[in-house]
Design a protein around this ligand. Structure first.
Ligand code: FE2
Length: 278
């Protein structure tokens, strides 16, 4: 699935680009399914959530309880002053998360396909749990920025042992908001973690307050069908998409089955939907 040289590069850089991992038709099937899910989604109630302060608490709740559901999150710039959408909902959704891989048959099939499984095996994640999935739209003109972060900040495990699989469902370029990463940055340790503080809110615990050396970020421009492996400690970001082209991606996070998943991570699941592997 990957060569020893590629594995070495992953260990050195903290990321690895595998061109043509997914076939054209596999990318299109995921895109079509996401489109269908958005069509079926009735946004009225959620749109109103973003209009008042009192209701933003409900919006948070919508996010905080989405770990074992299929939910829809809007681009920040999708709304007019009065809380209505600037453009149609298909062009307004930032992402769908966070249990597509368990609840939707199309995403389940892809996420647990033989080649994904073999790849996981090749990087030491044969015995792992599929903890989170996201379909990211990075909409034309309004696709929001994701500032520099490490995924282990949000999916905290002891020890930190997670990997992100980032599938490009369209060409990703600097222009439409591709990923950027700091090669080797995963060796600097975890800077912070985001945890439930016990009174209904979230907080960051900082381990290292030193800012990211953002001048070391390099763009990871990839073709449709490419897979980018991201070490959980790798600093990465993506900039706004101001171009007229979308930049769809599907992401999947794996945690080693042997680590302790924090009970105060934001993403929790109900007892009826325990984490599963391949
Ligand atoms: Fe990330």
């Amino acid at each position: 699935m990957i060569t020893p040289q590629e594995l070495e590069r992953y260990q050195t850089d903290g990321f690895l680009v595998l061109d043509s991992f997914a076939q054209e038709h596999e990318c299109d099937a995921l895109r079509e399914r996401a489109e269908q899910l958005v069509q079926e989604f009735e946004p009225a109630e959620v749109v109103s959530i973003f209009t008042t302060h009192e209701q933003s608490r409900i919006a948070d709740d919508y996010f905080m309880t989405s770990g074992d559901k299929i939910r829809f999150f809007f681009e920040e710039n999708a709304f007019l002053q009065d809380g209505t959408l600037k453009q149609k909902k298909e062009r307004s959704i930032n992402k769908i998360g966070h249990a597509l891989h368990d609840l939707d048959p199309v995403f389940d099939r892809f996420s647990r396909s033989e080649k994904v499984k073999q790849l996981a095996d090749a990087i030491g994640f044969a015995h792992s749990h599929l903890v989170q999935s996201m379909y990211i739209f990075k909409q034309p003109n309004i696709g929001g920025e994701v500032s520099c972060h490490q995924d282990s900040t949000f999916i905290y495990t002891e020890p930190t042992d997670i990997v992100g699989l980032w599938f490009a469902l369209e060409d990703a370029t600097v222009e439409n908001g591709c990923l950027w990463a700091i090669p080797g940055g995963h060796k600097c340790g975890l800077k912070s973690r985001w945890f439930r503080n016990g009174s209904g809110g979230m907080e960051f615990e900082t381990f290292d307050a030193e800012p990211w050396p953002e001048e070391e970020l390099i763009p990871l421009e990839v073709k449709k069908g490419s897979l980018i492996l991201l070490h959980g400690l790798l600093p990465h970001r993506s900039l706004e998409n101001k171009s007229p082209r979308s930049r769809h991606a599907y992401t999947l996070h794996l945690i080693s089955a042997n680590v302790k998943y924090s009970a105060d991570n934001w993403l929790q699941r109900s007892a009826s939907m325990p984490l599963r592997g391949f």
